[in-house]
Design a binder for this molecule. Structure first.
Ligand SMILES: Nc1ncnc2c1ncn2[C@@H]1O[C@H](COP(=O)(O)OP(=O)(O)O)[C@@H](O)[C@H]1O
Ligand SMILES: [Mg+2]
Length: 504
């Protein structure tokens, strides 16, 4: 066991309240290396009634010579630093505080029920043990490497990661879309025999369309990706029930809904073999003389307003039953639509239609990736969004049917609590807003105060994965993406481009 000797990093110490079952401290072994061989969030192991694995939660330095400010001040008044008089440097120690996570006995993981002993040697955790502890799956979604364990890839089991939905939460610029792109690459590259999902991306800022472009010799996903700009997106009006119209027009009274239901039923009967558009529905209402004039006018005014969005035709573009394929992505590029209500209508139609197709097993299990989710399923009634009901339905029932939600948000406090609490896995990047941090803490029992502190200082591209996907919260350094990055102009370039276009 020579390698264990090399990896020995410290010794468990006795403190007034430890070692205990849920925390212990150890003093770091003196090394010749200049840097501390240990970081917060890193995993260590020790032999204690089995192989105990723990996570380092804090690291402090201490030195008995500097314990008493009066003595330090008195000695240094003489003009000499304390270290010139006493061997003070040699009395500097590094103490790490660790939280035991589990114990392996005969390859079985169990809870820690007995504390380690003072004097026990502490080692850096072995990758294969750590992989088992975290519940990683070598055939899973490879997000990057486990932080401070460069050789251990964070591969998360597909079912554990997706089935109970994913929330990707971080402040703007901390890496949400980048992390999502890495997940999409993994899904697109997945082998058929391992089980592939269909992918739908609601691309609010047009950040994912580069997936469909060729990649100058680099890994190319363009053969597996379709982009539809929202200005070309159409819904087949015949697939929309009067109840769904009522959802889009929340001002409708129950009587008006009843009238509309009858008219829609009539249209369905007359057009039993043909699809119809919103225009057809409007024409029918216009021609109805039996209808109460006031109801007719009100219904028409609302339907004209919907007509103004140019979405409701007698055909679907893209044809969703064909467009959702395992190992393929459909990107709805919403960046050319500024009207929030139009975006919400597109998302509602798409989400409902796909959910129905999936329930009837007409399309593959799929992941529904929603950027800026707080705009489409907000918590507060003040920020009403018609898409909220269906997104919450995904969150509650999607797993029964193989419809997985991936929601991204930089404002978790504004995101529907139903959605957030139903998301089994949270992938959390840097967040500094105290309200958002507090909200995240409440939504997951596994996040301790120490972990929360680490979230606020995470560098871009590092995330905490917590929940169903892994047995314990773990920090992951998200890998570099393989696909083409979106070509966003730098501010200087955009400014030059603007002035040039003005002078022509
Ligand atoms: N894992 C990563 N590796 C390298 N660069 C990253 C990583 N994550 C994010 N970045 C950088 O940070 C920028 C912002 O990330 P992005 O995903 O767009 O943030 P967000 O969607 O949270 O606003 C990216 O354009 C990229 O340059
Ligand atoms: Mg983004």
């Amino acid at each position: 066991m020579i390698w264990l000797v090399h990896r020995e990093i410290g010794t468990v110490i006795a403190t007034p309240n430890g070692p205990a079952v849920n925390h212990f401290s150890f003093v770091l072994r003196e090394t010749n290396q200049p840097s501390i061989p240990l970081q917060k969030g890193q995993f260590v192991q020790l032999n204690s009634m089995g192989l105990l694995i723990a996570m380092v939660e804090n690291i402090v330095k201490t030195n008995r010579y500097f314990d008493h400010p009066d003595a330090v001040s008195e000695y240094e008044r003489g003009g000499l630093p304390l270290s010139a008089i006493f061997p003070a440097d040699r009395w500097e120690y590094i103490i790490a505080f660790a939280k035991p996570l589990g114990i392996f006995n005969n390859n079985q993981l169990s809870r820690v029920s007995f504390p380690p002993s003072p004097g026990d040697k502490v080692y850096l955790a072995d990758n294969s043990i750590l992989s088992k502890l975290l519940g990683l799956d070598s055939q899973g979604i490879a997000l990057g490497h486990i932080c401070y364990h460069e050789e251990l890839t964070g591969t998360f089991n597909l079912t554990r990661l997706f089935q109970k939905h994913i929330a990707i939460l971080a402040m703007s610029g901390a890496g949400k879309s980048y992390t999502t792109s890495v997940i999409i690459e993994e899904l697109l590259n997945r082998r058929k025999e391992l089980g592939r999902l269909g992918i739908v991306i609601l691309d609010v800022h047009g950040e994912y369309t580069s997936f469909a472009e060729s990649n100058n010799g680099g890994p190319d996903f363009s053969d597996r990706v379709t982009v539809i700009r929202s200005s070309y997106f159409t819904a087949n009006t015949s697939y929309i029930s009067s109840g769904q119209f009522a959802e889009m027009l929340p001002q409708m009274s129950p009587i008006q809904v009843r009238e509309l239901t009858q008219i829609v039923a009539e249209l369905q009967n007359t057009k039993s073999h043909n699809a119809y558009s919103l225009k057809d529905l409007i024409t029918l209402i216009e021609s109805k003389e039996t209808l109460n004039k006031k109801t007719q006018e009100t219904l028409l005014s609302w339907l004209y307003e919907l007509q103004g969005f140019n979405i409701f035709e007698d055909f679907e573009n893209p044809e969703l039953e064909e467009a959702i394929k395992p190992g393929h992505a459909l990107i709805i590029d919403l960046s050319d639509t500024t009207n929030l209500r139009k975006k919400q209508i597109i998302i509602t139609y798409l989400a409902r239609r796909l959910f129905n197709l999936r329930k009837r097993e007409l399309i593959a299990p799929y992941a529904f990736i929603l950027e800026e989710a707080h705009q489409f399923c907000p918590e507060s009634a003040k920020r009403f969004a018609i898409s909220r009901t269906i997104i919450e339905t995904y969150a509650r029932e999607g797993r029964k049917f193989g419809a997985s939600l991936v929601v991204l948000s930089q404002r978790p406090v504004h995101l529907s609590t139903t959605v957030l609490s139903q998301c089994g896995t949270h992938i959390i990047g840097r967040i500094t807003n105290p309200y958002d941090l507090d909200h995240i803490k409440k939504s997951s029992e596994q996040i301790t105060k120490e972990t929360l502190n680490l979230i606020s200082t995470l560098p871009t591209g590092e995330v905490l994965v917590v929940g169903a996907a892994c047995n314990f919260p773990v920090f992951v350094k998200v890998r570099k993406r393989l696909s083409k990055e979106p070509d966003f102009l730098k501010l200087e370039e955009a400014a030059v481009h603007f002035e040039k276009s003005k002078t022509i």
